[in-house]
Ligand binder design. Structure first.
Ligand SMILES: [Zn+2]
Length: 352
């Protein structure tokens, strides 16, 4: 996300919070419940260059969020229960559902004990290739390449490009530039080839990143045995589904699930689209997820749930607990739905 957008979100959140507008807006936008997205839960690391910082929250903040939610009287529910409430239109009580993407080991280490202590249901969306140790966490590989070098080169659109990335500012700019260039590639193969090329040139071992960060099947089996945990599917290779053929998308959706079933003995009924924004999952992916027989499929399109989401179970919105905004006052605004209403209005203006 660009710095400008971040600033607008932050300014928007501050304005909403301090004006109390979210309380005023609440009856109109708060919906019936919300699905939250988290990735990493771990202590902050030193170093100024952390372009993926938004994907992690500290254990202390996480534990505060859980205690606040428990005190709030809002129901904390599983994805199966979200599905039931939407299908039966049972909205007597507001609800929150916690989901974690990608199956990072730090979630087991730092979040799981808190979730158990407070008996909070949660879902873990696992790309089967990560515990199979064939995962390419390319956004982290790119971070590593830039962190470890003062100058990098790669072929972009047929041209040899070179970037100085000595200072933290430069590293941030180069990351943003290459990250979004990669996201604009037409096919997943082009994206992966460019990152593999960078890793080969600069000696970054993608298999090691996967090994260091992602849970093994044995670790996942511990979670899978716990009735609090729902294991969800997240494709095999964490592909941006819109960038692959329909045949390949179908295979990713079916295989990711079968491999989990074979390894853990539980068949995932719920799916999260990797990356999950409109450039990653659209009408074709919603149809394929439906045909694959999933009960729900979540995006990362920001929003709270409404009764009408019964009619779009394959495209449910979520709200990301963004590591850049680890303050309870932001969470209150996000949960009220006011911030996503503002964000959607901003996006409409931008698109117009
Ligand atoms: Zn993911």
């Amino acid at each position: 996300m660009s710095g400008l957008k971040k600033t607008i979100i932050r300014a928007g959140l501050e304005t909403l919070y301090f004006s109390g507008a979210h309380l005023f807006l609440q009856p109109f936008v708060s919906g019936v419940g919300v699905i939250l997205t988290l990735h990493h839960v771990r202590p902050g690391r030193p170093g100024q260059f952390q372009p993926n910082r938004l994907l992690e929250v500290s254990p202390a903040f996480f534990s505060k969020v859980i205690r606040r939610l428990r005190r709030s009287g809002i129901d904390l529910v599983s994805l199966d229960e979200v599905y039931r409430r939407l299908v039966e239109q049972d909205f007597r009580r507001r609800f929150v559902c916690l989901t974690f993407d990608d199956g990072y080991r730090d979630v087991m280490q730092w979040a799981y004990p808190v979730l158990r202590k407070h008996e909070v249901p949660f879902a873990m969306y696992v790309p089967s290739g990560f515990p199979d140790r064939i995962g390419e966490l390319w956004w982290l590989a790119l971070e590593k390449v830039i962190a470890q070098n003062g100058r990098i080169g790669l072929t972009m659109d047929g041209e040899d490009c070179h970037f100085d990335c000595v200072t933290v500012e430069e590293k941030r700019d180069v990351y943003e530039h290459i990250y979004w260039w990669l996201r604009r590639r037409e096919t997943e193969e082009e994206l992966r080839d460019a990152v593999r090329d960078l890793c080969a040139r600069y000696g970054v071992d993608m298999a090691k990143i996967c090994d260091d960060l992602c849970m093994t099947w044995d670790e996942l089996a511990v979670l899978a045995r716990d009735p609090l945990c729902t294991i969800g599917a997240h494709t095999v290779n964490h592909v941006i589904l819109r960038k692959v053929s329909e045949k390949e998308a179908r295979t990713e959706l079916a295989m990711g699930r079968s491999v989990i079933e074979a390894a853990l003995g539980v068949r995932p009924d719920h799916l999260a689209y990797p990356v999950g924004d409109p450039t990653s999952a659209g009408p074709r992916e919603y149809r394929l997820a439906q045909e694959a027989g999933y009960k729900t499929a979540t995006t990362t399109n920001p929003g709270v749930l409404f009764a009408s989401d019964r009619d779009r179970l394959m495209a449910l919105p979520r709200i990301s607990i963004n590591g850049e905004y680890q303050q309870m006052r932001y969470l209150s605004v996000l949960l009220s739905g006011a911030a996503t209403a503002l964000w959607n209005r901003f996006r409409r203006d931008e698109a117009a």
